[in-house]
Design a binder for this molecule. Sequence first.
Ligand SMILES: [Zn+2]
Ligand SMILES: [Zn+2]
Length: 193
Amino acid sequence: MLTWRKEWIGPFDSTWSIFEKIRLVNSINETDLLSIINPEYKKRQRKYRNINTLIGFNLTELERQGVYLRVTLDSMERLKQIVNIPIYHVSVYHSHLVYCSQCLDNDYHSFLHQFKLINNCPFHLSDLIDKCEKCNKVIYVHNLSNNTPFCCSCGQSLKQSFDDPLWKKWGGEVHIKDDIVLSWLNKVGIMKS
Ligand SMILES: [Zn+2]
Ligand SMILES: [Zn+2]
């Protein structure tokens, strides 16, 4: 069984950050995690590695392990309604990591950072970062990484500070400062948690 508490998932948390937090508290790599949360997972099956769509992920098994993602996935689905295209050929979410360093320092990353119409952090209004600041490469979130959680594959930590214990801040309140993003969330009826 995974060590996990449902209150560690905060408002607007991204699936990537939820899985990185799970890896962190359980000290497990990608393969171990995928095997635990999906009994049918076989090594290197790529279809089981898309953490935007979670295609192939066994949500019932995840819930049995205490990880409830349905609110997160429902909110991500609702936000798509903002984009006025009837058929989605392209995902409205970046497949590479887009993040705010101030948020990550607070152990926080949101699917709002991944939404393609958002260029500034809705919580800090600062510019979003879409590359590793050390190796200058994009970090793909469609693969759960085998690295240390919250790190680029080059080894660079995406977080500047490591407070102990980390999970103290997880699931805490967040405040959206961007009025446009707030109006979108109201329009599509996304609840805070
Ligand atoms: Zn931020
Ligand atoms: Zn890097």
